[in-house]
Design a protein around this ligand. Structure first.
Ligand SMILES: *Cc1c(COP(=O)(O)O)cnc(C)c1O
Length: 455
């Protein structure tokens, strides 16, 4: 181990600490837990101030380097972030000092591109160095799958299998995955997202599949968590007033809580955040937990229009619990309670109904010309609740995250606003491409046989 190298430890505490490379390539720790940095690296306020004149990839480099020091040469990391972040991150002014950060300009028009592109390039770097091979298994509720498939598409040392719930993704989301081919295989499951996730988890735990070199690229992979800290630093750097004591409020539409955990890690690294608004759809297990202190997962999860957030037990919650001094296993059992007072100080959690999500798409557009899709609308609606409950301060900086491009949800936008959102270049030409995908029942044996027969 080199000086300054950070080790990564499982949230279940029953597995040895590993390097970033090992955590990245493994995905899940052998004890079923999630990898977390043993110690969260800090940025000084001077370092954070210097970000104000920096480009996105420069901030990504400075933040990423804190986690990767000693594991990857600086020039390689620099090359990776320049290559991964070759698109814009618009910060749209809405009113007063309220902004929407559009994380939807990547190749699959979802914020998951930020994490997937960086993770794919990091994996490629380490695999090339060791002549390794991997089979990436991923469950998706819509956007992860296409972001992952695109991030790994065409690489020769990685194959990808994506499971999606057939009835829970839009035609456009499906086509973003099923029109790729090559090293990417897509499977439609006749179940829910949680079923897809359960099959993937079971495959990882199955010793008979060990020779397949399975790895996860879901939001639990540490290689996705680290990149999700970067845009919090970037948006604050771009929009800060210059007052050295300034703090920002972020509103984060949340499902599996990877995005939020990225923000919480940024906070622990030194980013001055006064509050995270944690906005969920009707899957309200987390807002309920913050209120009552009792965690109960929602089984089955509810089907809401912000479909990428239909999660009844967010897989990143054990990380959040650990950041607040507690311990939770992957099933949601708490063996040591987190500091709820500190959670409530840092987070305002709110569940937004579908009816309100739709109403907000309409009113944000009519009032401010702000075009939101269902996930971003949940975030923006969450912020409005926060402003009503805690007061609206016109001098305060508020940033709400838009996590997908409205053109990914044309049916909803047309129904509410009576027009078709313009397609970003990355989504053009999709209709004409040919689809190819498999169908499987929600049955572990069938899935396992498929993997054994094909890999
Ligand atoms: C995945 C996703 C989310 C939720 O992000 P988490 O990190 O799972 O909380 C929100 N919006 C969109 C569009 C997504 O694809």
């Amino acid at each position: 181990m080199q000086n300054g190298q950070i080790l990564f430890r499982s949230t279940n505490l029953r597995a040895p600490a590993v390097s970033f490379e090992q955590a990245l390539l493994k995905g899940i720790a052998p004890d079923g837990g999630l990898y977390m940095p043993e110690e969260i690296p800090r940025l000084t306020q001077d370092e954070i101030r210097e970000f104000s004149d920096a480009k996105y990839h420069e901030i990504a480099y400075a933040v990423g380097r804190k986690f990767l020091a000693g594991e990857i040469p600086d020039e390689d990391l620099q090359r990776i972030v320049i290559d991964a972040y070759n698109y814009n991150v618009p910060l749209e002014h809405v009113y007063d000092r309220k902004y929407v950060m559009r994380l939807d300009r990547g190749p699959t028009a979802s914020f998951k591109d930020f994490a997937a592109r960086m993770m794919g390039r990091l994996m490629q770097f380490f695999l090339n160095r060791n002549n390794g091979k991997l089979l990436i298994l991923t469950a998706t509720s819509g956007d992860t799958g296409s972001a992952i498939a695109n991030a790994f598409y065409g690489l020769d040392n990685v194959k990808v299998v994506v499971l999606f719930p057939e009835k829970e993704v839009t035609a456009r989301q499906r086509k973003q995955m099923t029109t790729l081919g090559k090293n990417v295989t897509i499977i439609a499951l006749d179940g829910k997202f949680d079923d897809c996730q359960a099959l993937v988890k079971q495959a990882f735990a199955d010793s008979e599949l060990e020779n397949l070199n399975l790895s996860s690229a879901n939001s639990i992979n540490i290689g996705r968590l680290v990149p999700q800290t970067m845009y919090y630093f970037y948006s604050f750097a771009e929009l800060r007033s210059g007052d050295p004591s300034e703090k920002v409020v972020f509103s984060v539409p949340s499902g599996n809580f990877g995005d939020l955990c990225g923000g919480l890690i940024a906070l622990n690294m030194g980013l001055p955040v006064s509050k995270f608004v944690v906005a969920t759809n009707e899957n309200d297990e987390y807002p309920k937990f913050v209120k009552s202190g009792f965690y109960e997962k929602l089984v089955p999860s509810l089907n809401c229009i912000s479909s990428a957030m239909n999660v009844g037990h967010p897989s990143n919650i054990p990380r959040l619990v650990q950041l607040y001094g507690g311990n939770m296993d992957e099933h949601g059992a708490i063996s040591s309670a987190p500091d709820l007072d500190r959670i409530r100080k840092d987070m305002y959690a709110i569940s937004i109904t579908d009816a309100e999500t739709e109403a907000m798409i309409s009113s944000a557009y009519k009032k401010y010309g702000l075009l939101l899709e269902p996930h971003g609308s949940v975030g923006w609606a969450g912020l409005q609740h926060y402003l009503r409950d805690e007061g609206d301060d016109i001098d305060q900086l508020y940033i709400s995250l838009e996590t997908a491009h409205p053109a990914k949800f044309p049916e909803k936008i047309r129904e509410i606003l009576s027009f078709d959102p313009e397609l970003p270049p990355s989504l053009q030409g999709l209709e004409e491409k040919e689809e190819s995908y498999e169908h499987l029942p929600t049955d572990y044996k069938a899935f396992k046989d498929f993997l054994r027969d094909n890999y």
